[in-house]
Design a protein around this ligand. Structure first.
Ligand code: NAD
Length: 266
């Protein structure tokens, strides 16, 4: 599971899961291009990795814009020489105002499918072009256990993540002749800015949670739904990504791996 001198591009790398994934891969020897629409946040992470002795650089990137994606990938190739691994982490839970709603609105369908699905497709297509030229590469997508089955009110987000699992299989088939493995990690419940929004939504819409803090709502969710009774961390997800990105996963493609403490087993 070593990543020695592999060049990894992480989208959504400015915080949350992206930060944890970037750190785990760097600890295992990878050099990292940290990409995000939040350039300041990406710089903080890249500086941290550089201080730990890895080559790391921050890039502004909007995964929903093919032309800008291509520019950023060109810049990464100029700086690092190649991309061995793409990790598609950039994602959104919903549009603004999500905290006051209980069901998905049209704006939620638009933004989740644009960022989570189209963004994963565009980043994969642009980077795969480079990987095809090299005859090697690994793509690791981040979906969610929410993509494994329906949930009341979570329609747009869960459906977008089901689409990511589906398109992982399509890309795996399409890119297999080029020696490119494509897999997906389905994280469970992780305390990040995204989950802070989910907790706030629960607090506003459930009178029984009105007096709880976001963190208390999160802790309650873990106890209620997670058989292992513990939260997952960005580093847990990083370790699963490291496996798919490593040579140990040489013969694994098109697969989904739940990292959710047993919350969903399908
Ligand atoms: N937190 C969880 O419990 C959880 C569970 C399952 C799956 N996930 C998935 O993990 C990924 C990361 O989630 P998180 O919890 O760290 O969320 P987060 O909101 O903390 O981080 C998401 C990151 O993506 C970036 N981003 C958003 N839109 C972008 C765009 N168009 N282009 C480039 N970057 C963009 C944001 O700036 C941010 O840095 C998401 O795909 C999310 O759906 C999270």
């Amino acid at each position: 599971m070593q990543m020695d001198n592999k060049v990894v591009m992480v989208t959504g790398g400015a915080g949350g899961l992206g930060e944890g994934i970037a750190k785990v891969l760097a600890q295992r020897g990878a050099d990292v291009a940290v990409c995000d629409i939040d350039l300041d946040g990406a710089r903080v992470i890249a500086n941290d990795l550089a201080q730990r002795g890895r080559k790391a650089r921050a890039y502004w990137m909007d995964v929903t814009n093919r032309a800008r994606l291509q520019e950023t990938v060109d810049a990464i190739l100029a700086d690092f020489g190649r991309i061995d691994v793409l990790v598609n982490v950039a994602g959104v839970i919903a549009a603004a105002g999500f905290e006051d709603t209980v069901t998905s609105r049209e704006a939620d369908w638009d933004v989740t499918f644009t960022v989570n699905v189209k963004g994963t497709v565009l980043a994969s297509e642009v980077v795969a072009e480079h990987m095809i030229g090299r005859g090697a590469g690994k793509i690791v997508n981040i979906a969610s256990h929410a993509g494994r089955g329906g949930g009341a009110g979570g329609g747009a987000y869960g459906a977008s993540k089901a689409a990511v699992i589906h398109l992982t299989q399509s890309f795996a088939l399409q890119l297999a002749p080029h020696n490119i493995n494509v897999n997906v990690v389905c994280p469970g419940t992780i305390w990040t800015p995204m989950w802070e929004r989910i907790a706030e939504r629960n607090r506003r819409n459930d009178p029984q949670k009105a007096d709880l803090t976001g963190r208390q709502i999160f802790d309650q969710a873990i106890l209620e739904r997670c058989p292992l009774q513990r939260e997952q961390t960005p580093e847990d997800i990083g370790k699963a990504v490291a496996f798919f990105a490593s040579d140990d996963a040489f013969n694994i493609t098109g697969q989904s791996l739940n990292v959710n403490g047993g919350t969903r087993m399908n």
